[in-house]
Design a binder for this molecule. Structure first.
Ligand code: PLP
Length: 348
């Protein structure tokens, strides 16, 4: 079965086998070597200077990393501007409500790009989901960075479904942190996630959560330590996935691979009359959403493709009636996509 949902992804055999390594106590030096290597490799994925940036690992899914970032990086007297374009932007607003973080939401239509002309008021931070997996929209970070630079606001990015494939300009001084996960563009397994934080911004952070306290996690990991029991096997898989990532050419190679597969899917579906919801220019290379053809329910589409060996993904909420999503993350080839398109052709 091949997974075309946005994570967990189809693993390479090498990463799958890495789960079968020896049992490992997280208080032994072998574990800290593993933790150090993951943290170094995460920074290397975007060529980041360890003096300026730190990769803070945690056990939990992408939401854990996002929550850890939001709960720590906005100070008690801070105010967050949340630029929302889907379910994951909405989730950040829910986190703010839960922690009593002062915030304002800019929502607008999920089908339209972020409209910064609607921004008014003063803030300390801005949050944005880089790739809004709800629709496949890749939010353009450049105008957001420019706004943040001009106003002196810190930018907090949910890069859960973009880190490892899409470009992120970490050189921009506005970027304070990016939250992401092991089991999407990096091709690891669920259970490990992380925040790439600017050290100067992190030094001022104070977390509102106990378990996901970003500052404590960073301090202890810098001392080759860990506060709790991490998902050791997820770390085994992540380090192997990161080694493979580097050997395959790193972020740029992964971008090209996804881009080619996403275009193959787009062109193949267009040829049978299935259109993308957003233009390729507005979409990520990671996942695209497509309109359900008239008379074809998502349930039937899902079940027939599953019988052919592919798991696709429904639209979220009310979008489940109108669209479906296909991700090209994971260990996939052009031949796999050819087979997928053959399954689609048989439907009609
Ligand atoms: C952009 C984005 N943010 C956050 C999440 C939440 O990640 P998780 O389901 O791993 O908690 C997802 C999951 O797909 C996502 O795509």
């Amino acid at each position: 079965m091949l997974l075309l949902n946005p994570g967990p992804v189809t693993l390479s055999e090498r990463v799958r086998r890495s789960l079968l390594q020896p049992d490992l106590c997280h208080r032994e030096s072998e574990f800290f070597a593993l933790q150090d290597e993951i943290r170094e490799r995460l920074l290397a994925a975007y060529d980041l200077d360890p003096q300026v940036w730190t990769a803070v690992l945690m056990t939990g899914s992408g939401t854990a990393a996002g929550e850890s970032m939001i709960a720590a990086m906005v100070p008690a007297n801070g105010r967050l501007l949340n630029l929302e374009k889907g379910v994951y932007g909405d989730r950040i607003a829910q986190m703010c409500a839960q922690y009593g973080i002062a915030h304002e939401r800019v929502i607008g239509s999920w089908m339209e790009p972020v409209d910064l002309s609607a921004v008014s008021g003063d803030f300390t931070h801005v949050a944005v989901v880089h790739h809004e997996t709800t629709t496949g929209r890749l939010n353009d970070l450049r105008p957001v960075m420019k706004l943040c630079r001009e106003r002196g606001w810190g930018l907090l990015v949910d890069g859960v479904s973009s880190f490892g494939a899409e470009a992120i300009d970490f050189n921009d001084e506005s970027v304070h942190a990016v939250a992401a996960t092991a089991n999407k563009c990096l091709h690891g397994v669920p259970g490990a996630s992380f925040v790439i934080a600017r050290r100067t911004a992190l030094a001022k952070a104070a977390s509102r959560t106990y378990y996901l306290d970003l500052g404590r996690l960073a301090r202890m990991q810098d001392q080759r330590n860990t506060p709790f029991t991490p998902a050791v096997h997820a770390y085994y898989a992540l380090v192997e996935a990161l080694r493979e990532f580097e050997e395959q050419g790193g972020r740029v190679a992964r971008y090209r691979q996804y881009s080619a597969l996403a275009e193959q899917v787009r062109a193949g579906l267009a040829a049978i009359g299935i259109e993308g919801v957003l233009s390729p220019a507005q979409s990520s290379v990671v996942l695209r959403s497509y309109r359900l053809p008239p008379g074809l329910s998502y349930a039937r589409l899902h079940d027939e493709l599953k019988a052919g060996g592919f798991v696709i993904y429904a639209g979220q909420g009310s979008l489940s009636q109108t669209l479906f999503r296909i991700s090209t993350m994971g260990n996939l080839t052009r031949t796999d996509i050819d087979r997928l398109l053959t399954c689609f052709a048989k439907l009609r």
